[in-house]
Structures are given as structure tokens and as C-alpha cells.
Design a protein around this ligand. Structure first.
Ligand code: ARG
Length: 480
């Protein structure tokens, strides 16, 4: 059956084919086919209760819609070139199945409240998959933190440190400004990426509550003239409540913008991990080595092993941010209620969802399987990274911190002048700078001691890190 546009009555001539193609959204809103039909099944029930349909009509319409739902699920539902959007396609198919009675389904409804409902249903259906992927990446980080806490018996570089035990925590340089700053546990670094993803997950669940507000029953803009029960309709469709105001309900796309913000934020967090993995797998750092299955080579340079998944992650974070700014720019100029500009809301949301659900498992897999190089990481810690500890040593001997900071700075300068690491300056050299220095100064340069001192909640001391691991594990357990 070829169909006319749902709005054909007022028009004498058929739409220009190019204008039709520009107008059409079927190529992407087909992804909401299932949600569209579920919305229609609930709508048919609502208008039956409001006496728009009698029982027999409702039964027929509902059976036809259920058949379409089956066709969609079995992938046998097809669209025709005349289907402008998914709403048109479903109504056309219903007509093919039950005849002209299908024309009663749209009573009291507009595609404006319909599309907003479909889109929200789609989002509610898809947020759990994103949530699960986030949880899995969090688990990967916590697994790594636990596994990489202690050096394996052999020490040195081993494939996938297994957390065997000679009692020595795996340490690395911590950076600020990408300059060596203070030593930290590798596990502290792994765990640093857990809370951001936890916050993203919280953002998603808060967003879900705002998505679960039902536009259906608001008509084109002014409300529904039939006595439908919007509270019951909202419950049937799994929403928390009906939208309060019809003008707002049909134009509100805050949820799409919020989704894109959360997606961009997740992208930013992943990009931050990615940037560091890219650095750490470079020969210059040599802290990590990616498993072959998560890296790629060069068509020209046989020696190359590239961190492509991480570079793509860093790149796609920019694209995700673009989706957010694009939709915000679209929304900011709109007057109240539905404008066709709003059709631009779906592609970025679908694309952001696809991007993240493709990226997250790869990142999790690559992190789970990469090899850490404890010896390389430890070798990158130099004595000057304990300059703060040196100041603390002076503070313990009664020197006010500000003064201790300056003295410690002089020691650093002496090291640079004499081209010696700080722990190789002689005691005389120390005492020329300040007579407070004694033999015990050399103990300051034990990076593990420096780490062990940072034992307050959230710090990098092994016990403080173990506490973080336990907390994260308990949180993750609640997710499953
Ligand atoms: N394809 C449209 C969209 O995605 C559906 C709503 C059309 N409404 C209208 N008044 N033309 O936004």
C-alpha cells in the first residue's frame, strides 16, 4: 500500500521529492520502532477507556499493533519510500493489517507528544546497557588496583603482574603539570579513574528520573480533548508521572541534552585514561605494554605497536562533546512547543550511545590485559620527588614549614649544580646548607616510606589504598 503523508488533506500537490527526503526521519527514527508501537498500544488502551474506541475496535487495533511489534522484533518489519517517519510507517502498516479502522488510533494524539514519548522510552530502554558498561569498566579498574598492589615474586617486568607476594607495593611517579611530583602506588593511579565513572553512573540514574516524565496525552501543544487518564497511561508505559504542562512537554528536550552531557563527560573521563595509557605505553615512559589483541601495527614501520583504541577514545571524546554543543545550539533558538528543528535531537543521542557502548568494553578489555612494568615505573622515581618529604623532615626538627620548603629548595638547587641526585649529596654538603641536617636525612629518599606516610583517608599509603579497594568492591557488589 502506498501511503499519503499523515497531513495530506490540506495540500493540493505532492511534496517535492528533495524536500520530502530532507523532511524524512525514517532513516534514523526507525530505531524507535519498538517504542513507537508500545506507545501506541498504551494509547489505544487509553482512548478506549475514554470511550473513543469501543472494546471490539480496541481489540482489533491492539492485535494489529502486537503483530507489528512481533514483525519488528523478528526483523521482518519493512518501510516504504513514502514513509516519512516511524510514526507514519507504523500507522501505514496497521492499515495494511486491519484496514481503515487504523485511522482511529491517532485520535487525540499528535506526532509531537508521540515522538517525545518514543524518544524518552528509547532512552529508558537503553540507559541500562550504558550503565552496565560503566560498571564493567569500574570493575576492571578495581581488579587492576587489587592485582597490581604487590610486586610478583620475580620482581621486574612480568607479563600481567599477578599479585604474588614479596611484600613490595608497585610504585610509580605521580605527576602534576606532567612533571614528576611525588611517588604513588600504581593502584592509587588505577583507582583514581574509578570515582569519575561512579559519578557518571550517578548522573545517568538521576537523568533517568527526569526522562521518566510522560509527554503523551499533551496533543500537538495544548492538551488532549478526550477524557484520558494520563496517570494510568504513565504507569502503563513505565513512566513515573505525566508531564505537568503540555506546551513544555512537547518541546522539552532537556533529557536529550543531559544525556549528551553525561556522554561527553564519560568521553572526557575515558579520554583522560586514554591519554595516559598512550603516554605510558610509549618507549619514553615504558610503564605499560598493551596486549597484542588490543593494539595495531603500522603498514610501513614493522616495529610499531600502536595504542589505537586509546587514540580513538581520545578522538571520540571530542566528537561526543560536539554532539552536546550541536544540540544545545539547536535548542537555544527555539520558541515554545514543537519545531521541526527538534528532529535533530535523535541522531546525536543515538550516535553517542553507539560510540560509548562500542568504546567502553574495549577500554575495559585493554586495561584488564595490559602488562605493567614495575621496574620501569620505579626507575622513573628520582630522589628530588622526595623534596617535600625532605621539608617534612626539617619540620619534624622544629623548622617552620615555609623555611623548611626554602631549605629543601636549596638542596634541590645544590643537586642540580653538583649534578648529583639528592641522596648522593654528602652530609657536609647538606650541613653547609643548614646545620639541622643529620645522618637520618638519607632515609627521606625511600619512595615507599614517602608513600606509606600518606595514610590519611584517600591517600596513597597501602592501607589507605586497600580501604579504597574494599569500598569500591562493596559498591560494585551492590550493582550486581
Ligand atoms: N519526525 C519528527 C521528529 O522526529 C516527528 C514529529 C513530527 N511532528 C510534526 N509536527 N511534524 O521530530
Amino acid at each position: 500500500m502506498t501511503s499519503q503523508p499523515l497531513w495530506h488533506g490540506r495540500f493540493a500537490n505532492k511534496t517535492n521529492p528533495d524536500a520530502f527526503a530532507l523532511n524524512a526521519s525514517i532513516s534514523f527514527d526507525i530505531l524507535m520502532a519498538e517504542q513507537d508501537v508500545r506507545g501506541s498500544i498504551a494509547w489505544a488502551e487509553a482512548i478506549c477507556k475514554a470511550d473513543v474506541l469501543d472494546e471490539a475496535e480496541h481489540t482489533q487495533i491492539s492485535a494489529g499493533l502486537r503483530q507489528i511489534l512481533q514483525e519488528i522484533r523478528q526483523d521482518t518489519f519493512t518501510v516504504t519510500p513514502d514513509d516519512e517517519d516511524i510514526h507514519t510507517a507504523v500507522e501505514r502498516r496497521l492499515g495494511e493489517i486491519i484496514g481503515s479502522l487504523s485511522g482511529k488510533l491517532h485520535t487525540g494524539r499528535s506526532r509531537n507528544d508521540q515522538v517525545a514519548t518514543d524518544f524518552r522510552l528509547w532512552m529508558l530502554d537503553h540507559i541500562p546497557a550504558l550503565d552496565a558498561a560503566l560498571v564493567d569498566l569500574q570493575s576492571a579498574l578495581v581488579e587492576r588496583a587489587e592485582r597490581d598492589l604487590i610486586l610478583p615474586p620475580s620482581g621486574g617486568d612480568v607479563r600481567r603482574t599477578k599479585g604474588g607476594n614479596d611484600g613490595k607495593p608497585v610504585i610509580m611517579p605521580g605527576y602534576t603539570h606532567l612533571q614528576r611530583a611525588q611517588p604513588v602506588l600504581l593502584s592509587q593511579w588505577w583507582l583514581s579513574h574509578y570515582p569519575p565513572l561512579k559519578r557518571d553512573q550517578a548522573r545517568l540514574s538521576e537523568l533517568s528520573r527526569r526522562v521518566a516524565v510522560l509527554p503523551l496525552g499533551c496533543g500537538a501543544l495544548a492538551g488532549c480533548p478526550y477524557p484520558i487518564d494520563r496517570v494510568a497511561l504513565s504507569e502503563t508505559l513505565g513512566f513515573d508521572e505525566p508531564a505537568m504542562n503540555s506546551l513544555d512537554a512537547v518541546s522539552n528536550r532537556d533529557f536529550a541534552a543531559e544525556f549528551l552531557f553525561v556522554a561527553a563527560m564519560i568521553g572526557t573521563h575515558l579520554s583522560k585514561i586514554a591519554e595516559q595509557v598512550i603516554l605510558f605505553t610509549s618507549a619514553e615512559f615504558g610503564f605499560f605494554e598493551l596486549d597484542d589483541v588490543y593494539s595495531t601495527g603500522s603498514s610501513l614501520m614493522p616495529q610499531k605497536k600502536n595504542a589505537d583504541p586509546f587514540e580513538l577514545t581520545r578522538g571520540k571524546a571530542g566528537t561526543l562533546l560536539g554532539y552536546l554543543t550541536g544540540l544545545m545550539a539547536t535548542l537555544k533558538g527555539l520558541p515554545s512547543t514543537y519545531d521541526k528543528d527538534l528532529q535533530e535531537d535523535k541522531l546525536p543521542v543515538f550516535a553517542a550511545f553507539d560510540t560509548l557502548t562500542a568504546m567502553l568494553p574495549v577500554i575495559a578489555g585493554a586495561l584488564r590485559t595490559l602488562t605493567v612494568k614495575p621496574a620501569r615505573m620505579e626507575a622513573a622515581i628520582d630522589a628530588s620527588m622526595m623534596a617535600t618529604d625532605l621539608a617534612d623532615y626539617l619540620v619534624q626538627r622544629g623548622v617552620p614549614f615555609r623555611e623548611a620548603h626554602a631549605i629543601s629548595g636549596e638542596v634541590v638547587r645544590a643537586g642540580i649544580d653538583k649534578q648529583k641526585p639528592l641522596n648522593e649529596l654528602t652530609l657536609e654538603e647538606y650541613q653547609t646548607i643548614n646545620e639541622v641536617f643529620d645522618e637520618e636525612v638519607y632515609a627521606v629518599y625511600d619512595a615507599r616510606e614517602s608513600i606509606a606516610k600518606r595514610a590519611a583517608i584517600g591517600g596513597t599509603a597501602p592501607d589507605a589504598v586497600k580501604a579504597q579497594i574494599e569500598r569500591a568492591k562493596a559498591e560494585l557488589k551492590r550493582e550486581t
